[in-house]
Every structure is written in C-alpha cells, then in structure tokens.
Write a protein that binds this ligand. Structure first.
Ligand SMILES: Nc1ncnc2c1ncn2[C@@H]1O[C@H](COP(=O)(O)OP(=O)(O)OP(=O)(O)O)[C@@H](O)[C@H]1O
Ligand SMILES: [Mg+2]
Length: 1045
C-alpha cells in the first residue's frame, strides 16, 4: 500500500513512467525530491535509477531483504533488492540467464550496487552447509579484488580501477554453485604515478598499516608509507577508512576463498617487490664511447628485492640498466640512460602488478569455479569502471570511456532501438521515439578498418619512426569531417578557434560528454611491451609465483611474434563481453552521482541533469510509456501460461497465436494492455504481467495439489488392490487348507466308524466261534447271584411293619441303588396299605378328619401344630349322657357330626357369651347352654365362607350367604376350643353332602356382614390375649380388633 502510494505520489513518483508532465525539469525535480526524502531508488519501468546517497541508509537490513523476498515488483517501494529479486526469480523459475548491468560514472555507486545485488541473492537463495560455503566464497571475492584493484581517486575514495564482470552460477533449484570472474584492463599506470590527492592501490597502504612487524620484516618493508616513492607522500590515510582493519578483512577473505598461507605469503612478497622497486635509485654515468649509462645507486633495496624473489642481484641490475639488442644477427648489450632505466624499472613494476592481479583473479576463479558439465543458470553482474573525464585524459581513460560507450550502446540497442524496431517488425502500431544512437561513436573507436584503435595498432606495428604525432595526424586526416571527432587541426580546417584544445590532443564527443585525450603515451601503452631482459630476469627468479607470471621469459620459448596490443586485447574482450550480455536477459541499474564533493544530502541539479541526458533517461521513459513492458514468442508464452485457461490446458492443438489469443481472452485484461504481433505477444504494463505470474503461481499450486491427489489416490488404490488380491489369495489358501483338514478329519472318522462297524459286524457274526461271550455270561451269572443274594437277604431282614419306621437297609452294590429305592417304596406303600386295612371305620374317619385338618391348616395357621396331639372326639358335650340335652339330641338325631361349647362374640360390643354348637350333616346349630334350646339353626348351604387368623387362637368368622334364613343378624363371630377339628369336620361334611369345599380364608384382615352394617375385622397380635382365647374389641361402629397371642 505504502509502495503504491509512493509510486503515485505526484511530487515524487516512484516510477518516472508516471511523470506528468514529462520533461527534464519534472524528472529532475522528482529525483531531487526523492533524494531529499532518502528514496534513492526510482524506476523507469523495470530499470532502476540509483542516486548515490553518500551516507549509510537503513534500507539494507535483513528485514528489508525479507520484505523484498518473493515480492511483487510493483507492490513494494522501488529498491535495488526488487530488481535483484526479479532477476533471481526469472532465472530460477523461468530458466532465463540474467545479467545485471550497472552503469554510471565514477563514484556513482556501481560497486556498492553490485555488492548489494550479490548479498541480496546470497541472502534469499537456499541455505545449507555447502551452499553457504559457496556464497561466502563468492561474497569474499569482493574485499580481495577491491584491495588489489581499487584506489582512491579524486572522484571516489574506493574507485574500481579495473572492470569486473562476474557470472554467478546456479543449479536448477536456484542454489549457488560458484562463479567466474572476468577482469578488464587494470589501470596499472597508477602503480608508478598518480595525481595529487589520489592514492595507489589500497593493498599497499593496507599491507603497511595492517601487516604485523614480523610480516613486514619478512617482506623487508617499513611501516612508513612516506618511505616509498610509489606511494602518496603527502597523505596516506583516508578519512573513515581503516586500512589495517581492511587488511585483516582481506586476509580473512583470502582464507575463506581457499588461499593457502603459502600462497598469501607469495602474493604479499610479490606486492612488496613492486613497492620496493619504486625505491630502486639509479645513478647516471658515461661509457667509454660517450654513451649514457646508468647503474644502481643504492644496492641495498635491490638486494632485498632479490632476496625476496630468490634472484642474483646482478641479473636484475643488468636487466634494469641495460638492454640486449639484436644487431646484424648479433646480440648486443646496450646500456640505458637514467630516464630509460627508470622507465624500464617502472615498466617492470607495472607489469608485475598487473600480472599479479590477473593471477589473483585466476586463483579466485579456481576456488569458485563450477565443475564442468554441470547444468547451470547464470546471473552476470557487470561493474565496470565508470565514465571518466579528467583534466588530462590518457590512453586508460580512452579505453574506459570506450567500454562505457559500448555499454550505453547495449542499453540503447536493447531498450530503445531494438524495442522500437521490434514493434515495427511485429506489425504493432507504433510512433517512433527519437533517441541518440551512439553506434557512430563506437564505430569511430572500434571500426577494424578505420577506427581509432585500428589506427593506433597500425602505428604501433609500422616500421620506421613511430610516435604519437604521426598517429594524431593520421586521425586528423581520417576523421576531418567526423561529427564526434575534434582536434586542433580539424577545428582549424573548420575555421573554429578552440583554445581549450591543446596540441597533441584529440577530442571525442562521447555520449556522456566531450573528452579531450592527450595522445602522449598512447603508443607505448598500447604496445605494452616489456623488455625481454626484464621478463627473462623475472623468469629466472626462484620465487615460484613470480616465475610463473613471466612465461615468455623462458629463453627456450623466445618468440619473435609481437604480442597483441593492449587496445586490441581490450576490444576483443569487450566484444566477448557484449556477446555474453546480449545472450542474457538484461536488468539495468543506472547509477547517478548527485554531487562532485561526495557529500550526503547535496543534490546538484546541473550535474544530475547532465547524467540524465547522456544516460538517455528521458528517451527511456518515453519509449517505456509508449511501449510494452513484456514480449514473448507465442509458443513460449503459451507454454508458460497455458494452465490459466481450460481450453489451452493441458494441450493446445491449434496455432500458437490462436492459443495465446484464446488464453488472454479468458483473462480480465483490457484490450489496450495487449498487442498481438506477428510472432510475439506484447503486454503493456508490468502489473498485468505480475498479475499473470500470480495467477500462474496459484494455478500451479492447484495443479500440484491435483497431481498429488491423483497420485495419492492411485497409490492407495493400487495398494488396496494388491492387498485385496493378497487377501483373496490368503483366504483361498486358508479355506482350502481348512477344507482339507476337515475332509481329513471326516475321512478319519468315517474310517474309524467303518472300522468299528465292520468290527462289530464281524464280531457278531463270529461271536459263536469265539469265547468272547463267556465274559458276558459270567458277568450275567454273577449279577444274578448278587441280586439273588441281595433279595434273599432283604427278605430275611425286612424292617418292622410299623408305619412310623422309616428304616431300610442300604444297597450292597451301587448298581442296585435304583432297585433298592424302588423296593423301599414298594415296601412302604405295602406297609401303609396293611396298616390302613386293619383300621376300624371310626378310626379311619378320625384319621381322615385329621388329614383334612392337615390339608386345610398345615403351615397356614399356628394353631394347627397344637391340634396334632389332641384326639378329635367330635362329641364334647355328652349329649346322650346328660338328660338336659335330650332335646338337642333329638334335634340332631343320628346326623350329629360334632358338638361342643363355643363362645359367641357379640356383634355390638365384642363381648363373648357361651353357646352350645352342634354340627350335623345338614345344619349348624347354636344353642343356649342353660336352656339347651337351639337359638340359631343354620343350614349348611347358607355358609358362604369362614375366616380365621394365622395365629394359635380359636377365633372364626362364619360368613353367611345374604339369602340365608338364619342369618338375618348377619355373620357369626365365634371362638372355639376345637377350631381345627370344627372346621375340618365342617369341610368334610360339606364335601360329603354337597360335594363342595369349605371356602376358608386365613387372613389378618377381613370384612363381616352384620345386620347393622359391615364391620372390618383386624387381627392384632397382642400379649393381652391369652392362649386360644382372643379378645375382641369394637372400635367405632364398623371396626373391630381381634387381639391374639
Ligand atoms: N547505496 C549506497 N549507500 C551508501 N553509500 C553509497 C551507496 N552507493 C555508493 N555509496 C558511496 O559512494 C561511494 C562510491 O561508490 P562506488 O565505489 O560504488 O562507486 P563506483 O560507481 O563503483 O565508482 P568507480 O567507477 O569509481 O568504481 C562508496 O564508497 C560509498 O561511500
Ligand atoms: Mg566501482
């Protein structure tokens, strides 16, 4: 959100494409405003403009790295990390090799930018022990190369004095594998000379400041910089730079990269040799023939140098002070004058150092190189010295500016020219945008037939007197009318007075400004020749490293062929570089220097405007505004995005263009966002592209899930089927096995039964032939004997015939148990029968009554057990004997069953009165004992039921039927001393006369029906009642309690 706001902030838009109005002034104002806010990065589409802040900003923290990791380019604030992330992701995900082109003038921040890109990529690519080691090695190459290849210049305290192109190599997952560094033309003249206010290469100061006393002693160095004539004598230190600390950091870095201690020592020894060479002083003299000659003034330094490199000092002295010349097939030793001697000394120092630097790069490459044959993706980072305009510009500046010119050409070609040409080629409607094409300047310099470099080479090779004047004259002739070439001569012919053009100079109108080059030294620097005597002397040294730096010094391999010139070499390497860059997808970081004084917060509009102009930023914005951010061949486009449309996924059979059209028609982009060329699709804004990428990513996730799902399903199904098959197989085998077992079992059983049956049949058939029947017979006989003995014994010892005697002898053998029991039963029954047969009829009747009593009352009424002892007499009154009862006797006649005295309970108050009770076969008669007159005569048929208690009392309730004649007063409550006998006899009589059982209730609670109403009778257990005589108590009008004991 913040980023979007910042992109659209009218005063300081983040993307200059959005500028309104678009002119130089607004562009400059925007850059200035953003610079003021500390927003040093601004976009033109996907090109990043970086304005050097000259102060450390808090925008490179690990949190920022995380913020930009996998970010959407336009969804975050403009940042160098965004372009690095975009490039890395295109490399990893789309398999497109990338190059990051960092351009800008010296001090604009290129090297810093390249380091930021590398550190970002290192931070976001995957981790692991091996990967971290590679990352560390790649990152640590920077301090080493900076120590040897950077120096303080007027423009920049850490100016790169060599061009660097580094290929970072990754595997298909985006993990770093290693890299390759290419270096371009080190400014070696700095070794021997630099302008006031600048310094030599950092390594010398670092070594002297940071080297331990032992190391310095070993290298025969003094700590004081002022001692060395090659070093700046006025000021050695730099504000804010700790040379000693940097030296230690550099040493650590070398260790991490993989330099052995011996290698480091050798490297420092050679470095020390270079430094000490500057202190070799020469003395002038004259030889016999009057020829100037020179000799070593102070042998001490020379001896120390030779001590370091293992060389005879006289060899070096000879090489430094004289030169072998071939004259008429004869080798002649010519002495050198003092200036020539110094020249030769300096040439040696420069050569040693530049070769040492090449070795250093080669050594780092050995450590970080990737094994050949590994598939890799490449991200190139180009940090080449910036465009330079000095007061006095020499061959080096010419070469440096040529290189920048070529880079500008790439930029123009890729972003302006080619892009526009492509639109026309593809048939896209297009209004051309004017821009300056610097091909003409490049041609002026590099044209192999008539370019400045070719002319220079020609002069170098030409026999005869060769000097810069003839070279300049040639240029003046050739380019007399060239728009971008000027010199005093050409201006004169054009009749232009130009005081700013001194003699011996020519001026080129570079894309970034006019630069006047002094031709002095051009030829020599281009030739870059080292006297053979010197290289042979170096080769002769015992120091392995130094020895290896001068292979041409081997006298066996003397070659008369001239080595290629410096200009030619540089041109070739630039051409290779350009080819390399063209083959990759470019990402631009255009660095701008805001002021000349390296001050933070100072923005000099004129200076920035000049850079904006020569960098072609306005044209860049215009083309970007009118053009399309993205283009791709239909085929590749379809391949990448086909999953976004169901009709093109997974395969599209039609033409690629139709497929792309169909696919884009499915997506919600306005038509002006897209243009369909002949072979390519064009997408206008990066936003659309990022949106497509986002959709693709989401879709890919879905598809991955789908594939995963299908695969898992398939795997489970196959496994299930396999399990099922196995299960079926196992159960088939198991069932078979079980059936087999069962069959075997059955077979065994059948055979067994068969065997038994057969055996039995055979035995039966053959029994008569065998003695086997004897056993059974014997057994039968014995059994019979035993039974006979048992029965006879039993007959003799029968128990007594008393029915009460239950004894019986036990069976003598177990097999006789049942028979014995049966016999006992028979005997019992027989005994009882006998007993019954001898009974008199009276006794029999009595016993029957007793039996009846038992059936009615046993275990139901406690009184029953008491009645067992009592004989049932029936007649307790003595009716026949007592004349008083004659009348009653007459009534009963011979139908009398029982007669006794009972107590009748008064229905009203529960009190009792004596009554005579007579039971005949037809009636139940109650009589007054005094008058012996029947008071109540009840027909037995009127008795409905009888209720008695559970206890041992004689209480009974005689319930009468409602229709009974005698029962007009209701039920009778009586107390009898012979209750059990009375009711047993009543029952028997009813059975005999009416074949009906007496309904008897043995209960604690019953209801009686009296004339005055029903009375509920409750039986209560109480100690008040004594014996068989209960106490009746009336409770209220319809309740009565019978207290029993
Ligand atoms: N992003 C940045 N943040 C803070 N300081 C920076 C940044 N970029 C550059 N600088 C400062 O500017 C100085 C010069 O930058 P740098 O060395 O990258 O320039 P250069 O373009 O490589 O110059 P040359 O062409 O001379 O090598 C750095 O030493 C540093 O102090
Ligand atoms: Mg640099």
């Amino acid at each position: 959100m913040e980023a979007t706001t910042s992109l659209l902030d009218a005063a300081a838009v983040g993307d200059l494409v959005l500028l309104d109005p678009l002119n130089e002034e607004s562009l400059l104002r925007t850059l200035q405003e953003r610079f003021k806010r500390g927003d040093i990065y601004t976009y033109i589409g996907s090109v990043v403009i970086s304005v050097n802040p000259y102060r450390s900003l808090p925008i490179y923290t690990p949190e920022t790295v995380q913020e930009y990791h996998n970010c959407s380019f336009f969804a975050v604030k403009p940042h160098i990390y965004a372009i690095a992330d975009d490039a890395y992701r295109s490399l990893r995900d789309q398999d497109r090799d990338q190059c990051i082109l960092i351009t800008g003038e010296s001090g604009a921040g290129k090297t810093e930018a390249s380091k930021l890109v590398m550190s970002y990529v290192a931070a976001v690519c995957s981790e692991g022990e091996e990967v971290d080691k590679v990352k560390e090695q790649l990152l640590q190459s920077n301090p080493v190369l900076e120590a040897f290849g950077n120096a303080k210049t007027i423009r920049n305290d850490n100016s790169s004095r060599f061009g660097k192109y580094m290929d970072l190599e990754f595997d298909f997952k985006g993990q770093p594998l290693g890299g390759v560094i290419s270096n371009y033309l080190l400014e070696k003249s700095r070794i021997v000379r630099h302008v006031k206010g600048e310094r030599n290469f950092h390594i010398f100061y670092q070594l002297l400041a940071g080297g331990s006393p032992q190391l310095l002693q070993q290298l025969k160095l003094r700590q004081d910089c002022r001692h060395y004539s090659y070093l700046n004598r006025e000021s050695s230190g730099l504000p804010g730079v700790d040379d000693a600390a940097n030296f230690h950091a550099m040493q650590d870095a070398m260790r991490i990269i993989g330099f052995s201690p011996a290698e480091v020592t050798a490297l420092l020894q050679v470095t020390a040799v270079v430094l000490k060479l500057g202190n070799v002083k020469l003395n002038g003299s004259f030889q016999a023939g009057g020829m100037e000659a020179c000799s070593i003034a102070e042998p001490q330094e020379l001896q120390e140098i030779c001590g370091l490199i293992g060389l005879d000092p006289s060899v070096l002295e000879k090489a430094l002070c004289s030169r072998t010349v071939k004259a008429r097939n004869e080798m002649v030793l010519t002495p050198l004058s003092v200036p020539q001697g110094y020249h030769s000394r300096d040439a040696l120092a420069k050569n040693i150092y530049s070769r040492l630097f090449d070795w250093l790069v080669g050594r780092i490459n050995t450590s970080i190189q990737v094994n050949p044959g590994k598939q890799r993706k490449v991200m190139g980072v180009l940090d080449i010295y910036g465009f330079e305009i000095f007061q006095d510009n020499s061959f080096e500046q010419f070469i440096i500016n040529y290189c920048n010119e070529k880079l500008q050409q790439i930029f123009i070609l890729m972003t302006l020219k080619e892009e526009q040409e492509e639109y026309v080629r593809e048939g896209i409607k297009w209004t051309p945008v004017e821009f300056f094409d610097n091909t003409i300047i490049c041609n002026l310099i590099e044209n192999s037939k008539g370019g400045i470099l070719a002319m220079l080479d020609e002069e170098c090779l030409r026999p005869g007197v060769v000097n810069e004047d003839t070279f300049l004259t040639k240029l003046n002739q050739l380019f007399a009318t060239h728009k971008h070439y000027e010199s005093r001569e050409t201006q004169n012919t054009r009749h232009i007075m130009d005081a700013s053009l001194p003699p011996h100079c020519f001026r080129i109108h570079h894309y970034a400004g006019k630069v006047t080059y002094n031709v002095t030294g051009f030829i020599e620097k281009n030739n870059d020749l080292l006297f053979r005597d010197l290289s042979q002397a170096m080769w002769a040294a015992q120091h392995t490293l130094l020895h290896s730096l001068f292979p041409e010094g081997d006298p066996q391999k003397v070659s008369l062929k001239l080595p290629p010139t410096a200009g030619f070499q540089f041109k070739t390497s630039v051409a290779t570089l350009m080819k390399n860059l063209y083959s990759k997808n470019p990402n631009y970081i255009r660095c701008i220097k805001p002021n000349e004084t390296k001050s933070a917060m100072l923005f000099t509009p004129e200076l920035v405007l000049a850079q904006v102009r020569y960098l072609g930023l306005m044209e860049n914005v215009r083309v970007r505004r009118a053009g399309y951010a993205f283009r791709q061949l239909y085929g590749s486009f379809l391949e990448r995005y086909k999953m976004l449309c169901p009709r093109t996924w997974p395969r599209w059979a039609g033409s690629e263009r139709e497929g792309a059209e169909l696919l884009l028609a499915e997506l919600p982009y306005p038509p002006e966002e897209l243009a369909f060329g002949h072979t390519k699709i064009f997408i206008r804004s990066p936003r659309t592209l990022f949106d497509m990428e986002k959709r693709r990513q989401d879709r890919v996730n879905q598809l991955v899930t789908l594939i995963q799902k299908m695969f898992r399903g398939w795997r489970c199904r196959t496994q299930y089927q396999l399990m099922r098959k196995s299960q079926i197989l196992i159960s088939a085998w198991f069932r078979g096995h079980a059936q087999k077992n069962k069959y075997k079992q059955m077979k065994r059983s059948a055979l067994l039964i068969q065997a038994y049956a057969r055996g039995w049949k055979v035995r039966r058939a053959y029994r008569k032939y065998f003695r086997s029947g004897a056993g059974a017979r014997l057994a039968n006989f014995i059994y019979r004997q035993l039974v006979q003995k048992f029965l006879v014994g039993l007959g003799r010892n029968l128990p007594s015939l008393s029915v009460m005697d239950k004894t019986w002898p036990p069976p003598p053998y177990k097999f006789l148990t049942n028979a014995n029991q049966e016999l006992r039963n028979i005997f019992d029954r027989w005994k009882c029968k006998k007993y019954r047969e001898q009974l008199t009829p009276q006794r029999r009747a009595l016993l029957q009554t007793k039996l009846c009593a038992s059936e009615l009352f046993k275990d139901k009424k406690t009184l029953y057990s008491k009645s067992l002892q009592q004989p049932f007499q029936g007649e307790y009154l003595g009716l026949t004997k007592n004349p008083k009862y004659q009348k009653l006797h007459a009534v009963a006649k011979d139908k009398l069953v029982m007669a006794e005295t009972v107590r009748k309970v008064n229905r009203g108050n529960g009190k009792t009165v004596p009554r005579l009770l007579l039971l005949t076969t037809e009636h139940l008669i109650l009589a007054d004992p005094k008058a012996a007159q029947p008071k109540t005569v009840l027909s037995l048929s009127n008795i409905q039921s009888v209720s008695v208690t559970r206890f041992s009392d004689g209480f009974l309730a005689l319930h009468l039927k409602e229709t009974s004649t005698g029962g007009n007063k209701g039920d009778f409550l009586l107390i009898s001393d012979h209750l059990i006998e009375l009711l047993s006899r009543l029952h028997q009589t009813l059975m005999d006369t009416m074949a009906q059982a007496l309904p008897l209730n043995i209960t604690d609670r019953f209801s009686t029906h009296f004339q005055k109403g029903d009375v509920a009778v409750t039986v209560v257990e109480s100690p008040q009642a004594g014996g068989t005589i209960p106490i009746c108590r009336k409770r209220g009008s319809n309740k009565m309690e019978v207290l029993v004991h």
